[in-house]
Design a protein around this ligand. Structure first.
Ligand code: ARG
Length: 590
């Protein structure tokens, strides 16, 4: 379905043409004076320069032409040359009726679907998930769902950090604790045990211990570096340990991401890209892209228009070791080979921006991607505590994701018990608290423009009022409860057709509903889930105003009542679709 705004614009453009002006001046925008009109066209101002006359003259002529249109109920030319527009009720009604009948709510699927890989999550194996990984998971998941809804082939890849010094550290520490294990017996040729020699909680304790020790003990650190080298170069026993680390970590990560309603299509990691490195290095050398600089192998990626220095992209260190950039380049090679994506989107902390500038430029320059393959960096800001500093535990340590979520759920549980009129059974209240708690965390994050830092404010995020997840869910639950009552009265909520708006409040709600497809497509184009949040916040406000002013189930005329219910059903569908895109859902009651 064509966007409502596009339909309106076309109508105004036709009127410009019919009045003897170029139609490009007929662009329409949302009104910035909603008290006066719903839409406006400012094109007469620009047209006046070209046609050398007063803008109000043009506006007047076009407005007169528009009187004939069935799209508008009111058209006014006002000084100095605006055209103020109110659309007709029947136009909105017709639009919503089409939306009502369409399972996609009027949002067409992309006619040229693209294959898009979203690289998000990016946790580091063997290190506990902490709040730093939260944003990537939340934003990435939403971008993936947004693209999927828009009709694209979206592939979410977790891109595990499974190729670093942390592996060597864990191996070294394990060897110190349990030297008798067969992995450390160089003469061992049998099969290694299937059972991992540690649990996830042991693993999560081993890494920080080893990391701390390596900072104090030079020999220990050297041993860990040696172990890292060996595991990366085929040491049989160490690779068996690595596999255990991966298995144990991945099982735990899956559980944690499932709690966040985050799902990946690919569970690949940095290690999967390693086999592509030798070929990559050879190509870069053979084609003359890479050269030696102070022993290291680098590719120049600076451009004439750079305003700040972009250092060369490092491919190999002087000792021949590969780096983060190398792995990301090799991952691009792997992805192009296996999935042929039209685009790759990286949802990563914005402090890594320079890294991606280098990687993207290098990939383009050296032809790793086709000229029209999109490479996008969606950098996000830091999640801060109320003190404005990166979010920490009360003791000042790194907050584990699990703890953060359980704190939120506890707070949510308290509010739900406090709020509900009827007695809710404990286990239902707990379950609801989890659902609503997730909305609090996700909406609290997604409602901010991704690139900005924001303050993680448990009090505000869990509030049932204001621009919060719980407020949106509350609105949906309110609708569900009215629909249930309507059903209990013996009627089918799905049976009603959208009617003509009975008053301004209802019309305003209907106009907002009609903007659904525009809001979704625009959010996807700009990779901006916060625009979906802004849209549903306004929609929820428009709905609640309507709810407070309107007798719905109390309406005596059954026909009118069924039309009001139809608006409720549509509002619920739109809100539920949007929160689905944001990555959470609504409970039955709260
Ligand atoms: N593991 C990395 C980190 O924790 C994030 C990975 C981001 N993705 C990528 N392709 N580099 O910083």
């Amino acid at each position: 379905m064509k966007k409502l705004l596009d339909q309106i614009t076309e109508e105004v453009q036709k009127a410009f043409a019919a009045s003897g002006y170029e139609e490009e001046y007929g662009k329409v925008t949302l009104s910035n004076r909603p008290d006066l009109c719903e839409y406006q066209c400012n094109g007469s101002m620009a047209a006046a320069k070209k046609y050398r006359c007063a803008p109000i003259q043009i506006a007047g002529k076009v407005a007169e032409e528009l009187q004939k249109s069935a799209v508008f109920e009111e058209v006014l030319a006002v000084n100095p040359g605006f055209i103020n527009l109110k659309v007709s009720s029947s136009f909105v009604q017709t639009y919503l009726r089409k939306m009502q009948k369409d399972e996609r709510l009027g949002c067409d699927k992309a006619d040229k679907p693209r294959t898009i890989i979203v690289d998000y999550g990016g946790p580091n194996v063997a290190k506990p998930l902490h709040v730093g990984h939260l944003r990537s998971a939340i934003i990435g998941e939403s971008v993936k769902r947004l693209g999927r809804f828009a009709g694209h082939e979206m592939i979410g890849d977790i891109h595990l950090g499974d190729w670093g010094l942390q592996m060597g550290l864990i191996i070294t520490e394990l060897k110190r604790r349990k030297p008798e294990l067969p992995y450390f017996d160089e003469s061992f040729t049998g099969d290694y045990p299937e059972e991992a020699p540690f649990t996830i909680s042991e693993l999560e304790e081993i890494y920080p211990t080893a990391s701390a020790r390596s900072k104090e003990d030079e020999d220990y650190k050297n041993e860990a570096m040696e172990a890292t080298y060996l595991v990366q170069h085929g040491h049989r026993g160490y690779q068996a340990v690595l596999q255990h680390i991966l298995d144990v970590s991945v099982a735990d990560l899956k559980k944690n991401y499932a709690n966040l309603n985050v799902e990946f299509d690919l569970w690949k990691g940095e290690s999967d890209a390693q086999p592509y490195i030798p070929g990559l290095v050879k190509m870069l050398k053979d084609k003359g892209f890479a050269y030696e600089s102070e022993g290291a192998l680098v590719v120049d990626v600076k451009e004439d228009t750079d305003t700040k220095e972009v250092p060369p992209c490092m491919i190999l260190k002087s000792d021949g070791a590969s780096l983060y950039t190398t792995t990301d380049l090799a991952t691009i090679v792997e992805r192009m080979k296996l999935y042929r994506p039209d685009e790759m989107i990286y949802v990563v902390d914005k402090r890594q921006e320079m890294h991606f500038v280098q990687v993207f430029r290098c990939a383009r320059k050296t032809g790793l991607v086709a000229a029209d393959t999109g490479l996008k960096f969606l950098g996000f800001g830091t999640m801060n505590g109320k003190d404005g500093k990166p979010f920490k535990t009360r003791e000042g340590g790194v907050m584990r994701l699990e703890h953060l979520l359980s704190d939120i759920n506890e707070e949510m549980y308290r509010k739900i018990v406090e709020n509900s009129e009827a007695e809710i059974p404990e286990n239902e209240a707990r379950k609801t608290a989890e659902i609503v708690g997730l909305s609090a965390v996700k909406y609290g994050d997604l409602s901010n423009q991704a690139s900005k830092d924001y303050v993680f404010d448990v009090e505000r995020f869990t509030s049932f009022e204001g621009n919060t997840g719980p407020y949106i869910l509350y609105t949906i639950v309110r609708i569900k409860s009215i629909l249930n009552k309507y059903r209990e009265m013996g009627f089918d909520p799905e049976a009603g057709m959208i009617g003509m708006p009975g008053n301004e409040t209802q019309k305003n709600l209907m106009l907002r509903l009609a903007r659904f497809n525009g809001a979704v497509l625009n959010a996807f184009e700009e990779l901006a889930p916060h625009k979906i949040c802004a849209y549903i916040y306004e929609l929820a406000n428009a709905f609640n105003k309507f709810y407070h002013e309107t007798k719905i189930l109390g309406e005596e005329n059954a026909e009118v009542r069924s039309e009001l219910v139809a608006v409720l059903v549509l509002t619920k569908r739109v809100l539920e679709t949007c929160i689905g895109i944001l990555g959470f859902e609504a409970p039955e009651r709260m």
